[in-house]
Design a protein around this ligand. Structure first.
Ligand code: FAD
Length: 577
């Protein structure tokens, strides 16, 4: 047993878990860990970001892509507070993460010292494991437990570590290498499979709603759909689990879903919920419709929709068992009708994509993205109207990946996701699609991509406004306010960071910019002046939104700036008497 600094022992535990990189910003209370990482830089890379939020958002995205735990570190106080957003992204999307936060030395603890924040209290809600280290000797074991717990509970483990503890020399033996944590899958009951098979046999209009929990079961999902002639609808973050051009695919469901998906749901006589916890229950069938739900977590069965049959277990195993338990169906009228409905929807989208207008239609941008994308491109999508254009218009196949902050829905997630994607898969093409609002929240970290030589294409749909919020205000019957953004030239910004930038203001410039970006070996920003009036229509317009929008229209006429300068006749008359 040899003596070593606790910070060195900490890094040894990370290595044992095959952790090969850490995102963060160095600084006083955590510098000794960064120094230990420096000594191990051949096996663990320290990715120095420019904002701690980007560190945790990237760590979360890395895990969404690879299943391996993402790690972020920062100093205590402000650095730790900055990390919170990405930690919540991981918590809400059920992603294991390890966060290391510095803390003031124990000699000044609880004295209202400089940058002293009660971090364990701050992290109470976000973490599944949340400890302040009090004894240097136990640090390595606690790091190990933290990683195990994060994997097991699919959440964030945080260690707050006072600086003096990290510097203490401890006795430490390097433990044997850890296998990556394997979740134990519950055994699927044959009875539930038999009951589900009966429901499938007697259904005329079955429909599948597949979610993120089916990501590893893509082939089984396609097979089951083809075997039983059942149309497939997905939740938004599950984009890519069913190829967009598969004939049985109806797109995603919800406000920014497709019309055929919503209509198929309304006509369904059997709902198969597979690996999803779909929250927008207004879009699901009437509760009297029979349903089969497959989920690895028993607590999810019946959570959003009453389950006639619940199958607790892995989606891939359950689908395979259901294929065996059901007969092959040659044709199904409901599927054929849904296919025709979907063909009409695609036709409508194709017409949008063919727009050649200036200001540029976002749909036309998506058509260009598709032209330069590889079969295995990783798309990292921001939150806002960029979410709508991407989910609707991109054609993904089984080899693509689609990253988004699905449950937290934080703006600014696309660039950190692209950084993580490039770290995880340096040889794959990475395209980030973001609005100017989302990008300007994290744009400083474009320089991180440049610094670490991560060629990627960042597409900024620049409409000089927060357009998703514009439509939210309108559909709530409110007048638009505080949504304008300044006209920043993001192409010039890219160049000043050492990357490549293309500013596209007319439709004619679009194609050449994309071609040049595709061949670039540097990170690129394509800054595109898009039409700010391009409203993505919802797949279904709910009555409240329709009423809200009508109210907005009336208010914009009556309370509009120009109109209010026209006093009513009664006021004018008074001047004449
Ligand atoms: P999760 O909630 O993560 O559920 C996954 C489920 O799979 C869990 O229940 C889990 O226990 C289970 N599971 C995990 N592993 C397995 C396994 N091996 N086998 C079986 N089960 C497993 N979403 C939409 O669908 N439509 C929208 O219109 C929409 N609009 C959005 C707009 C914006 C701007 C944003 C940011 C997000 C939007 N979302 C939309 C995303 C939405 O907020 C939810 O995050 C999403 O619907 C949840 O998808 P999910 O149920 O597939 O994933």
């Amino acid at each position: 047993m040899s003596k070593m600094k606790a910070s060195t022992a900490l890094v040894n535990v990370l290595k044992n878990w095959d952790i090969d990189h850490v995102y963060g910003i160095p600084g006083d209370s955590i510098d000794t860990v960064v120094d230990a990482l420096r000594k191990e830089q051949d096996t663990i890379k320290f990715i120095h970001v420019r904002h701690e939020e980007v560190a945790t958002l990237a760590a979360s995205s890395y895990t969404k892509l690879t299943g391996k735990i993402g790690v972020a570190l920062a100093i205590g106080g402000p650095g730790a507070i900055h990390m919170l957003n990405g930690m919540y992204d991981a918590k809400m999307d059920n992603v294991p993460m390890l966060v290391l936060a510095g803390q003031v030395p124990t000699s000044v603890a609880n004295t209202k010292y400089f940058q002293e924040v009660d971090l364990p209290t701050l992290f109470t809600d976000v973490a599944v494991f949340n400890k302040q280290i009090e004894d240097a000797e136990t640090l390595p074991d606690i790091v190990d437990v933290a990683i195990r717990t994060a994997y097991e509970k699919k959440g964030v483990a945080v260690l707050t570590i006072p600086n003096d503890i990290l510097l203490t020399e401890i006795n430490h033996t390097v433990a044997a290498k850890q296998e990556v944590f394997q979740q134990v899958k519950p055994e699927i009951s044959t009875e539930s499979i038999a009951q589900a098979a009966e429901l499938i046999k007697s259904a005329k209009n079955p429909v599948i709603l597949a979610g993120v929990g089916t990501k590893h079961a893509k082939e089984a999902l396609v097979q089951f759909s083809e075997h039983t002639k059942t149309p497939v609808i997905i939740s938004l973050p599950a984009k890519g689990i069913m190829p967009d051009d598969h004939p049985n695919f109806l797109g995603n469901l919800g406000k920014i879903g497709t019309k055929p998906a919503y209509e198929a749901m309304q006509d369904a006589d059997l709902l198969l919920m597979i690996g999803n916890d779909y929250p927008y229950t207004d879009y699901l069938p009437q509760e009297s419709v029979k349903s089969i739900q497959i989920d690895i977590d028993p607590a999810k069965i019946g959570h959003r929709f009453p389950a006639t049959v619940g199958i607790v277990g892995d989606a891939k195993e359950a689908l395979t068992a259901l294929i065996e338990a059901t007969d092959y169906i040659a044709t199904r009228a409901f599927l054929e009708a849904s296919q025709e409905n979907m063909a009409n929807w695609w036709k409508w989208l194709r017409e949008d994509e063919a727009k050649t207008t200036t200001p540029i239609a976002p749909e036309a941008v998506m058509a260009q993205v598709q032209k330069i994308a590889d079969k295995d491109t990783i798309f990292s999508i921001d939150v806002g109207t960029s979410t709508v254009w991407s989910t609707r218009y991109l054609h993904l196949g089984h080899h693509n990946d689609f990253l988004i902050s699905a449950w937290l829905g934080t703006m600014g997630c696309a660039l950190p996701g692209a950084i993580a994607a490039k770290q995880a898969f340096p040889d794959r093409q990475v395209i980030a699609i973001t609005g100017d609002g989302g990008f300007s929240m994290v744009m400083q970290d474009f320089v991180t991509a440049v610094g670490y030589k991560m060629p990627m294409i960042v597409i900024v749909l620049n409409n000089k406004e927060l357009s998703f919020i514009k439509y939210e205000q309108q559909s709530a019957g409110e007048l638009n306010y505080a949504i304008d953004l300044p006209d920043i030239n993001y192409a010039q910004f890219a160049e000043s960071c050492g990357g490549l930038g293309f500013r596209v203001e007319t439709f004619d410039e679009l194609e050449s910019a994309f071609k040049a970006a595709r061949n670039a070996s540097l990170p690129v920003i394509i800054d595109i002046a898009v039409d700010s009036n391009a409203a993505p229509l919802p797949g279904k317009i709910v009555m409240d939104e329709a009423l809200g929008y009508t109210k907005f229209e009336i208010r914009s006429i009556t309370e509009d700036h120009r109109f209010s300068k026209m006093p009513p006749l009664k006021t004018i008359i008074r001047r004449f008497f």
